[in-house]
Design a protein around this ligand. Structure first.
Ligand code: HEM
Ligand code: HEM
Length: 174
């Protein structure tokens, strides 16, 4: 089943959900290596992947949001309003966190070619401060907040599975 229905998520939603979960796991390994293992072989291994994987996550979350909105009435209903709000916040953070970083990357004036793709040609002269300030202030804080929310999300999925009076939401996403 490619698309979703009211009982269960289809292949596309599942691939996007679990594929992005893996990529986000990797993204937090690279962020963690930057925070905790500065100037070590661990950072040298993980950190160079941070920007390209972040860009990939940005593209995927846009496709995923379009897919979700297009099938809003043909997907399993949320268990309650808190779950809906939690999922909306996850979507928002996975959009805003890389978006701010990309704005900063552009504003730095340095050329950027993720995976050989000439995305930002770079420019001569001063950096554009207003493009850099939001990510300097918020990128890492929002990033770690996202990790905490993801841990909460996993915990809630496990909680729903164990409670006999609650729907087993893992079944419809696995
Ligand atoms: C969903 C995607 C992303 C997540 C979850 C994420 C998460 C994080 C986190 C948690 C940190 C803090 C590391 C620390 O405490 O040292 C960080 C740092 C950083 N990230 Fe990302 N990131 C994402 C995408 C991107 C993208 C697309 C770029 C660049 C185009 C980028 C560039 C950077 C840079 C340069 C730093 C170090 C400076 C800073 O802390 O702001 N990130 N990221
Ligand atoms: C081991 C990790 C994870 C587990 C066990 C898990 C579990 C689940 C389950 C069971 C559902 C279905 C909920 C329902 O139908 O009401 C779900 C949906 C969802 N999950 Fe996760 N999840 C994980 C990782 C993540 C991550 C890393 C994100 C980050 C964005 C995420 C974002 C979402 C969103 C936005 C939904 C709503 C459905 C959608 O629009 O795709 N999940 N998750």
């Amino acid at each position: 089943m490619i698309g979703d229905n009211r009982e269960t998520y289809g292949t596309i939603s599942r691939l996007l959900h679990w594929g992005m979960a893996l990529l986000l796991g990797w993204q937090f390994l690279s962020a963690g290596s930057h925070l905790l293992f500065d100037d070590t072989a661990i950072e040298a291994f993980f950190w160079p992947t941070h920007k390209p994987v972040g860009l990939l996550l940005f593209v995927l979350i846009i496709l995923r949001a379009i897919w979700a909105l297009a099938h809003l009435r043909a997907r399993p209903p949320s268990v309650n309003r808190l779950a809906t709000a939690g999922h909306v916040v996850l979507y928002a953070l996975v959009t805003v966190i890389p978006a701010l970083a990309l704005l900063r990357q552009y504003g730095s004036g340095r050329s950027w070619e993720p995976l050989g793709l000439p995305l930002f040609p770079g420019f001569e002269g001063e950096k554009i401060e207003w493009m850099m300030a939001p990510a300097n202030l918020l990128h890492s804080w929002l990033g770690w907040t996202l990790l905490v929310l993801i841990i909460g999300h996993v915990f809630m999925a496990a909680w729903h599975r164990r409670r006999p009076d609650q729907p087993d939401v893992l079944k419809r996403m696995w």
